[in-house]
Design a protein around this ligand. Structure first.
Ligand code: TRP
Length: 331
């Protein structure tokens, strides 16, 4: 029998989820559960590497789990859990720290960017962020890791650490492969269509959050920055705003960009913006209803978290035991 390949990914609960996360990550995560053994974590330990308000971190951890379920990730088909509920992540991260050179961690561009942005809090956790991420992945012998392009350098480091460990001892870790989203899977801020729509976007008007109510979503779409022409055409270079709206429409209406273009060919910009807004609002209507139902049922969410953590712990501890033995710790 063919063993299914293993997929691991995680989302950091810093900032609320956006339709950018949906298109760039979540949608793909759902699709992959059909073909792979998938483990998806809420990377709450990673959130601690930047200043965060305890109550917000806790709320977002529930929110993320509720959204995982509401968008259609089925806990029977994949493993959903909080990173901090599986102590093996922190334990393996320590070991991997000892197999990572200071110079390697220091070269990470995310570390440099984040240190420059928050010079008052360049903590050791921020420095060790990629080794915790490597532990997340290596514990489950993941073959594939869906990540954003900005995380590819971290993935490369995880591969390096895995190979180093395997060479020094004996084959222990699977060397993971990164998978970045398909073309056209990236969407941009509505307020600045040349900048990525991020969960921590400075301009909240440019970002559609999954938690935004329908009126807020519509208002943001109506205000979307376009251009001074009047023709609806997909042309990323010259018409980034219009192209972005067409991309968003195509994803949520489930059609190609060409079809989206054709549907709005004779529309003015206001009609396009309303059309795209309504399509997104409609798409998220049942998801929002399901989210609202789940978030009111903490006991159920905690049960799902626990089941996920139990399944994940079982696998993670097998790898961790092997590692402990190989490096010479007394078992
Ligand atoms: N660092 C990732 C991000 O910011 C989140 C993450 C944590 C992750 N651990 C991971 C992604 C392991 C993939 C695999 O997006």
């Amino acid at each position: 029998m063919d063993e299914k390949k293993i997929v691991f990914s995680a989302l950091k609960p810093t900032g609320d989820l956006t339709i950018g996360n949906y298109i760039g990550a979540l949608k793909n995560m759902i699709d992959m559960t059909n073909d792979y053994d998938c483990l998806y974590a809420v990377a709450d330990l990673h959130s601690l590497t930047v200043d965060c308000v305890p109550a917000e971190l806790r709320k977002r951890s529930y929110d993320f789990m509720a959204f995982f379920l509401a968008i259609g990730l089925d806990p029977k088909k994949c493993t959903l859990f909080l990173q901090s509920h599986v102590p093996a992540h922190a334990e393996l991260a320590w070991i991997l720290n000892c197999f990572t050179q200071f110079g390697e961690a220091k070269r990470m561009t995310q570390f440099k960017d984040k240190s420059a942005k928050a010079p008052q809090n360049v903590n050791v956790g921020l420095f060790a962020y990629p080794t915790l991420m490597a532990a997340d992945i290596l514990l489950y012998k993941a073959d594939y890791v869906p990540v954003g392009k900005d995380q590819l350098q971290h993935l490369e480091l995880a591969r390096t650490i895995a190979e180093r460990f395997n060479n020094k001892y004996s084959p222990t870790f699977v060397v993971p492969e990164g998978i970045t989203g398909k073309k056209g899977s990236k969407i941009y801020s509505l307020a600045d269509p040349t900048a990525k729509m991020g969960k921590t976007d400075d301009n909240a008007n440019g970002t559609i959050f999954l938690l935004d109510d329908p009126d807020t979503m519509m208002r943001k779409f109506r205000r979307a920055v376009t251009d001074s022409e009047t023709v609806v055409r997909y042309d990323v270079k010259n018409k980034p705003g219009i192209s972005n709206l067409l991309t968003i429409y195509s994803v949520f209406a489930g059609c190609s960009i060409e079809e989206a273009e054709a549907r709005f060919a004779s529309s003015d910009y206001a009609t396009l913006k309303n059309g795209v807004g309504e399509c997104v609002v409609e798409f998220f209507k049942p998801i929002r209803a399901e989210y609202n139902r789940l978030i009111a049922d903490k006991a159920y969410l905690e049960e799902i978290m626990k089941q996920g953590a139990d399944k994940a712990s079982y696998l993670a501890n097998k790898t961790l035991s092997k590692v402990y033995r190989k490096v010479g710790l007394v078992r």
